[in-house]
Design a protein around this ligand. Structure first.
Ligand code: KIV
Ligand code: NA
Length: 270
């Protein structure tokens, strides 16, 4: 039995699946304490953590590094890891890349686009695979909504069915119209995980930096549940103020020598 079976069961029961990204151990630990079902180590690590300009700059070794950190913070959680841009151009390369992510601790690998034959090959090689349709950041220069025309919607619908027939364990739907996401969700066996795709998908995913308020940009698909960025900046400014005023550290943040040792030291180095 694959670990992913539990999520098929949740879909059949109509229980929503809570997915969120994480890129480091302490955040992963907090997500587990908060009751998150699945952690996605997305290639969004590039823009959100590594200071890259685009997802395309993310490497396999970046992904493995961050998956290992998340795995250490959340030893039991089901982790989906993104295959970065240009690491699944052939079946052989995709298998090799997936092995690197799995060795780092991923339970499932995700790639963007309608390549059912790749899902089939990776599944046969023993990997859980998550599809990803709609906005494909790796393949689109400009991030915009997808599937708005009847023709585009029909193509995405057919692609979703093909990925499903090939054995995908999940399907991420990013920035697609509600109606389309709902139709796909009803039509396929695998749980759909939506982002900017309406409330009908089997689960939802958000980037932790966006939902926690670390990201400064506003996104229509996001809701800010925290103000971590502001809280962190305030804490840093208070620390800087105290250091400059000599108010930190206080007596209790350090320690002193025993009286006799101190006196002996003064004699040794007068
Ligand atoms: O990289 C990522 O965080 C993603 C989500 C936006 C689905 O792929
Ligand atoms: Na991604």
């Amino acid at each position: 039995m694959s670990k992913a079976d539990a999520f098929f069961k949740m879909k059949r029961r109509g229980e929503k699946i809570v997915v969120v990204t994480a890129y480091d151990a302490p955040t992963a630990r907090l997500e587990i304490e908060a009751g998150v079902d699945i952690i996605l180590v997305g290639d969004s690590v590039g823009v959100n953590i590594l200071g890259y300009a685009h997802e395309r700059e993310v490497t396999l070794s970046d992904m493995a590094h961050h998956i290992r950190a998340v795995r250490r913070g959340a030893p039991q959680v089901y982790i989906i890891g993104d295959l970065p841009y240009a690491t699944y151009d052939t079946v052989e390369q995709a298998i090799e890349s997936s092995r690197i992510l799995a060795d780092a601790g991923a339970d499932c690998v995700k790639f963007e686009g309608a390549q059912p034959e790749l899902v089939r090959a990776l599944t046969r090689a023993g990997f859980d695979v998550c599809g990803h349709l709609g906005l494909e950041s790796q393949h689109q220069e400009v991030k915009r909504r997808q599937g708005k025309t009847a023709e585009a919607a029909a193509k995405l619908y057919d692609d979703a069915l093909a990925l499903d027939a090939a054995g995908q364990k999940f399907l991420v739907l990013e920035l697609v119209p509600h109606e389309l996401a709902a139709r796909v969700t009803r039509a396929i066996a695998a749980p759909t995980i939506g982002i900017g795709a309406g409330a009908s998908t089997d689960g939802q995913v958000l980037v932790v930096n966006d939902l926690a308020g670390i990201t400064t940009r506003e996104f229509k698909h996001n809701r800010r549940y925290g103000a971590i960025g502001t809280a962190l900046r305030d804490a840093l400014a208070a620390y800087a103020r105290d250091v400059r005023a000599g108010a930190f550290p206080a007596e209790e943040h350090g320690f002193r020598m025993a009286e006799d040792e101190g006196a002996a030291f003064e004699k040794m180095r007068p």
